[in-house]
Design a protein around this ligand. Sequence first.
Ligand SMILES: [Fe+2]
Length: 243
Amino acid sequence: MFGSIKKFFDNKRITPLLYIDIHSHLIPNIDDGVKSFDESIKILKTLESIGYKKVITTPHVIGDCYNNSTKKLLDMLYLLRQKAKENGIDIELDISAEYYCDEEFVDRLKSNDLLPILGRYILFETSYVSLTPYLLDIVYQIKLNGYIPLLAHPERYNYISDFAIYSKWREAGIKFQVNILSFDGYYGIYSKKRVEFLAKSGFIDVIGSDIHSYSDATRIQELFKKGLYEYIFKDNTIINSSN
Ligand SMILES: [Fe+2]
């Protein structure tokens, strides 16, 4: 019996609160994510070994460079599921998108041509360098469509130096998805400071992997071994798996 308990601690796995990952780029060659299905499979095997039960992958939708249609995304999900099945991967797979705040997104909102996460969340991102002036109009439209706006990695926007903007966004009804690797300083010291502020403030709703490559998956595996993420749960209500 002692042996099995020791084995559990030696192979530290994720808490059930994180069984569902809802941000990643696992469809090859349709954005800046993985380069092949072989890479997708290696990543999924790593996630399975950490303890993930479900992965909702979220390719970029950006009008100028990654104009992935809803149909294309659903077709690619079918292929990913096939490859996963062929490789004996025991993770449920689904697809959504990470919508960039541009005219393409506004058009898709108007026609309700969207792929919500778990039927309710719309994952969206902004420019990294400057505040999107019509951001709150987009948020309003997402809510009007019956969905919950979920901002991808708010800690990564380099234009944020006054953290009061986070309170303003939350008052507007925006939920926050932070990247787990931000806690490790992977995106730099300023993203780390912002994510620590969000954690302390109780502003984190979702923790995502935002995996773009196999090396991201191995970094996350190491992070879980260190237990770096565990303090987050004290002050934040994480909703990854609460649906
Ligand atoms: Fe992403």
